[in-house]
Design a protein around this ligand. Structure first.
Ligand SMILES: Nc1ccn([C@@H]2O[C@H](COP(=O)(O)OP(=O)(O)OP(=O)(O)O)[C@@H](O)[C@H]2O)c(=O)n1
Ligand SMILES: C[C@](O)(CO)[C@H](O)COP(=O)(O)O
Length: 230
């Protein structure tokens, strides 16, 4: 069984808008509806879990009515951090599916609405073979590593640097086991949590257009990029 945890529990502080960025309009539809549509259209056809802040459940339900958005999904309450929101999503799946070792779970940022069904399917396929699959793109810029108090920095080979995207997809038992660990500031994505438990991460090619909406300009860029995606 395939599952997708769409994390939409953030407040979007860097976007500085009146509502969290996942509800802002992108080409006539809220950002996170684009995200859910991509998962719904994917051949992996996952059972979709949407993680939302408790204060936004009614707002989302009203949006779904307004937009006649009827893609089936289960609503789960988010936590104070991305880590705890993912953990709540995993708990919800555990309550539906006793043996997670025969499941695959993708974790995806609601704020990445340009993900395509093809990219999503690639992660499920890889994770079914190796247990882990994380989308990433190579840096197109030169890279320097800053250390100490920021005064020291050194060039590094840019072909060794990958910028992580989502979805990141895992065998359900592997992801669940990894999220038993206490939260740590190093855990900025799911691959970092799973890796800490000793599982190797399979990196697969993402797409530079699969951007995360973070700042106001990203919404305008996403509208343009959307035209290039079929
Ligand atoms: N407590 C949280 C924090 C983040 N997220 C989700 O994790 C994804 C990536 O996080 P980010 O882009 O940092 O979103 P925000 O935390 O909302 O943004 P900001 O850091 O600017 O406040 C987003 O889809 C966001 O909704 C979440 O589900 N629960
Ligand atoms: C998970 C993620 O999108 C991978 O690039 C990213 O780490 C989220 O970071 P944020 O600080 O929560 O925006």
């Amino acid at each position: 069984m395939n599952y997708a945890i769409i994390v939409a529990g953030g407040t979007g502080s860097r976007m500085n808008a009146d509502i969290p960025k996942q509800f802002l309009s992108l080409k006539g539809m809220p950002v996170m509806m684009h995200t859910l549509l991509a998962f719904h259209k994917s051949q992996s056809s996952p059972c979709i879990i949407v993680v939302l802040h408790k204060d936004m459940h009614d707002y989302w339900s009203a949006l779904c009515e307004t937009y006649r958005f009827d893609i089936p999904h289960t609503l789960v309450t988010g936590g104070d951090s991305r880590f705890s929101s993912v953990k709540n999503g995993i708990e919800a799946i555990k309550s539906m599916h006793a043996n997670l070792s025969n499941s695959l779970i993708a974790v995806h940022d609601a704020a990445r609405p340009l993900v395509t069904p093809a990219l999503i399917d690639r992660t499920y396929e890889q994770a079914s073979n190796t247990g882990t699959a994380a989308l990433a793109v190579r840096s197109i810029n030169s890279v320097r590593i800053v250390s100490g108090n920021g005064l020291k920095n050194n060039a590094c080979r840019r072909e060794t640097v990958y910028l992580m995207q989502t979805p990141q997809t895992f065998n359900g038992a592997v992801l669940s086991d990894a999220y038993e660990q206490p939260e740590h500031e190093m855990y900025t994505d799911d691959a970092s949590v799973v890796e800490k438990k000793g599982y190797p991460i399979s990196i697969i090619d993402g797409d530079t257009r699969n951007i995360k909406i973070t700042f106001p300009e990203d919404l305008r860029i996403a509208a343009i990029l959307l035209e290039t995606i079929d």
